[in-house]
Design a protein around this ligand. Structure first.
Ligand SMILES: *[C@@H]1O[C@H](CO)[C@@H](O)[C@H](O)[C@H]1NC(C)=O
Ligand SMILES: *[C@@H]1O[C@H](CO)[C@@H](O)[C@H](O)[C@H]1NC(C)=O
Ligand SMILES: *[C@@H]1O[C@H](CO)[C@@H](O)[C@H](O)[C@H]1NC(C)=O
Length: 820
């Protein structure tokens, strides 16, 4: 194959060569040979002949007599061109150069350059064509379009890269045109010559050794183009190769790691650090821009970087407590995208910007007041976000409260009580806690804990007074309020709610509740019944105040109720018998002297004091002036000696009056008989009932006798009985014996010492039959039950006892009215 190809090429080459050579020889042949037939003639001349140079003898060549030329008015007309390059010498018939002929100008690149003329002859008219062939001479040097060829080659161009250079131009053609190029010796390029399609030759710079802009920015080369003429001509051009920067250098940071410290809370805009990278490349390739290449989301909001200057500034609040160090990567990138990275580590330093915070881990809101000292009521935790020296925290309680802090594990403290609590003194506390750190300046924080003290029923109700005294006038209406007691309990709610009640006790054997009642809520004591001073004068009630706590607390107080007297009792005559029809008569000895005691009116008043202070007066008498009565003693005495002439029977009406307001009084009649012997009284019947019948008188006498006997008998029995026990106390000195049965009710029993018994006596009335058995008898309620009211109630046993007493009539007490 390759052999074939070579043969083919050779053949083609030979062929071409032959053809060219023939053409030349043919032309040459024409110049040399005789002009062609048909009257045409052709010449070949080199260009640039001097003016006047003879090209050839045209007359001779056309076989025309040169002497006839003038006559035949020979003219040379140039075909298509205005310029006359040639002319005819009429005298010699020579064709001469009339003008400078520059082939390169006339025909340029054309290989054949002909000047065509017509030679016109007249008489006879003859026309000949004349062709003058202009041959090239090497009269031009190769030249380049510009003096300096500027090439811009990127330094990144690889070995073998080709850079065509403008073709050199030579106006000549053929061998005289540019045939070769030479390149001045240099380090980087060699030359390669190429042929155009049109046969022109041009040079290419072939990169032999890579360029480095950073080493040599410009390479200057001298290119010479030479033609093939003889002598050879050449032209040169300077090739200025500008080495274009290839981005072959990466930016280089001044530090691989930038480590800076930054206090927290620095103002926005503070410069943190400036990173800088240098890039050996130029222009855009060397212009480094900076940006974060790897940065946390948090840091993104806190730092910014200036693209151009590499200044990193603060754009957000820097908080040590949030992050103590930031690390970011920064990329420095040149215009063409080559990049390198550096690392910036920002260590944040702590500033004491966080106050300690007090957390309440637990708290008993309501502490019972009974909690003993040392009771833990809560736990707090103190935290400070700052670190190191800003961290240690002191915690304390302000003010005077019975609480203190007890350090517990780590930053925990327990709040414990330091003393007894008393809700009634202080029911709540505001514990103000202070925590301060040791930074400078120190920061502190406060917290107020509200602790309320819950109630414990620790206070019994307390009465306003140690004891109460109430005064009630007798004969009060049932329901009257007697007194109001009050007890206070400082405890809370039900623990402090006081209820009053009476302590069940007995007054002379009767439950106290039948005397008074108390309003449980208000403490007002009411009388349940009407009191009778003559029955009892005072009694005591225990009032209990009890709170509603659990267990309840109580206290008691004594209320003494004093019943005050009212003049509600008229004096009662004990002797003489008050009944008007009684036949009691006092014997007055006839020999009685003035001043001798005749009789005595005995009266009592159940009231006391002035109400019972009795005074006696004789209202009416048979013989006024014979008897007087002691104003307060009631003793009736003879005022003068009894005379014979005095009426035997003397009647006195005596009034007994107490000193109450208003005073009450009663009257009685006293019958006196002046006689030494009862038998001497014949008209006894007249003493009493003057107008009664004899039968009635006898009956009366009989009755009086029986009565007198009976009374005497009773008196005797009583006297005997009491003498056996103790000497009975009689009201007066023995002149008249007063039967106990006649004493009115409601009198105190007297014992030997004459003092009032501690308990009052209650009397009962027996109403079992005849009037004569209508005695009073007294029983102590100490040994029996108390009638709730005036109605008699008694047990069967008592009733039988009473029956016995009634039966033999021997059980009577001697009653004495005592002055109080
Ligand atoms: C505690 O503080 C509250 C308000 O914060 C106040 O009403 C109350 O009176 C205070 N109590 C004491 C005992 O200081
Ligand atoms: C009353 O006191 C008891 C303890 O004695 C206590 O448990 C209770 O909570 C108190 N009641 C009030 C209403 O404070
Ligand atoms: C009444 O109070 C006294 C002390 O004040 C106490 O000793 C007594 O036991 C109390 N009585 C009753 C019945 O509670």
């Amino acid at each position: 194959m390759s052999l074939f190809t070579i043969e083919d090429r050779l053949y083609t080459h030979l062929l071409l060569h032959f053809l060219l050579f023939r053409t030349h020889s043919v032309c040459f042949l024409f110049v040399l040979t005789v002009p062609a037939s048909f009257g045409d003639v052709s010449y070949s001349i080199p260009e640039e002949l001097k003016r006047g140079s003879v090209i050839g003898n045209i007359a001779k060549d056309l076989d025309v007599d040169f002497k006839s030329l003038l006559d035949r008015k020979a003219r040379l007309n140039a075909e298509g061109s205005s310029k006359r390059y040639c002319d005819i010498n009429m005298n010699s018939g020579d064709l001469i150069v009339a003008e400078r002929i520059d082939r390169d100008q006339l025909c340029g690149e054309k290989t054949v350059c002909n000047l065509k003329f017509e030679l016109m002859l007249e008489s006879p008219f003859d026309l000949h064509r004349v062709v003058v062939q202009i041959q090239d001479i090497n009269d031009n040097s190769p030249g380049f379009p510009k003096d300096v060829i500027r090439l811009e080659i990127r330094e990144s161009a690889v070995k073998g890269a080709r850079f065509p250079v403008n073709e050199a131009h030579d106006a000549d053609i053929g061998q005289n045109a540019v045939q070769s190029y030479t390149l001045q010796r240099n380090d980087h390029f060699v030359l390669a010559v190429q042929t155009n399609i049109d046969g022109g030759k041009y040079a290419e710079l072939v990169l032999e050794k890579e360029l480095d802009r950073e080493e040599q920015q410009e390479v200057s080369l001298l290119l010479t183009a030479s033609d093939g003429g003889t002598p050879q001509r050449s032209g040169t051009v300077v090739i200025l190769v500008t080495v274009l920067d290839a981005n072959d250098n990466i930016p280089v940071f001044s530090q691989a790691v930038y480590e800076v410290t930054l206090p927290e809370n620095v103002p926005l805009g503070t410069l943190v650090v400036t990173v800088s990278a240098s890039d050996a490349d130029e222009g855009a390739n060397g212009a480094v821009t900076y940006e974060f290449s790897r940065i946390s989301n948090e840091a993104k909001h806190l730092f910014s970087i200036d693209r151009k200057t590499g200044e990193i500034r603060v754009t957000g609040p820097i908080d040590f407590e949030e992050e103590s160090s930031y690390e970011m990567r920064i990329e420095g990138k040149d215009g063409a995208g080559l990049a390198s990275q550096t690392k910036v580590i920002v260590d944040i330093t702590d500033v004491n910007d966080n106050a300690p915070v007090i957390f309440v881990a637990s708290l008993i809101n309501s502490v019972p007041e009974s909690a003993p000292p040392g009771t833990e009521i809560g736990i707090i935790n103190v935290q400070d976000l700052d670190s190191e020296g800003n961290h240690p925290v002191r915690c304390s309680i302000q003010g005077h409260v019975p609480f203190k802090l007890k350090p517990s594990v780590k930053k925990y403290y327990s709040i414990v009580t330091t003393g007894e609590l008393d809700r009634e003194l202080q029911s709540e506390y505001n514990i103000s806690l202070t925590a301060s750190d040791e930074g400078s300046p120190p920061l502190s924080s406060f917290k107020i804990l509200h602790v309320s003290i819950s109630d414990v029923n620790d206070n019994p109700p307390a009465f306003d007074k140690q004891s109460y005294s109430a005064y009630v006038t007798e004969n009060n209406k049932p329901g009257t309020s007697v007194i109001s007691v009050r007890a206070r309990d400082p405890d809370w709610r039900q623990n402090g709610t006081v209820f009053y009640s009476l302590l069940s006790s007995e007054v002379s054997g009767v439950p106290v509740s039948s005397f008074v009642s108390i309003n449980g809520d208000t403490g007002v004591i009411h009388a349940v019944r009407s009191f009778d001073y003559e029955q009892f004068r005072s009694f005591k009630v225990q009032v209990v105040a009890r709170d509603n706590g659990s267990p309840p607390l109580s206290s008691n107080v004594t209320v003494s109720v004093f019943i005050t007297d009212e003049n509600d009792n008229t004096p009662q005559i004990l002797y003489p018998a008050p009944l008007g029809n009684s036949m009691m008569t006092e014997m007055v000895p006839k020999a009685a002297h003035a001043g001798s005691l005749v009789s005595k009116v005995i009266a009592v008043d159940a009231d006391s004091g002035q109400n019972a202070w009795l005074s006696y007066q004789i209202l009416k008498s048979t013989d006024p002036g014979l008897f007087t009565i002691g104003l307060h003693s009631g003793e009736i005495r003879a005022q003068r000696d009894i005379a014979e002439s005095d009426t035997m029977k003397q009647n006195l009406v005596v009034s007994v009056k107490d000193n109450g307001q208003p005073s009450l009084s009663t009257t009685c009649a006293v019958y006196l008989l002046i006689s030494d012997n009862l038998a001497e009284v014949p008209e006894l019947k007249d003493m009493s009932y003057d107008n009664s019948s004899k039968l009635t008188s006898y009956l009366i006498i009989a009755l009086v006798s029986v009565c007198t006997f009976f009374l005497t008998f009773i008196v005797l029995i009583v006297v005997v009985k009491f003498c056996r026990r103790r000497k009975p106390r009689l009201l007066f000195d023995g002149a008249v014996a007063i039967p106990g049965a006649y004493f009115p009710p409601n009198y105190a029993d007297v014992d030997g010492a004459g003092t009032l018994r501690s308990s009052y006596n209650y009397d009962t009335y027996l109403t079992t039959g005849s009037r004569t058995s209508d005695f009073k008898f007294v029983r102590s309620f100490n040994d029996g039950t108390l009638p709730a009211d005036q109605t008699l109630k008694r047990s069967p046993q008592e009733t039988s006892e009473l029956g016995e007493m009634t039966g033999d009539g021997s059980k009577f007490s001697t009653l004495v009215k005592l002055p109080f």
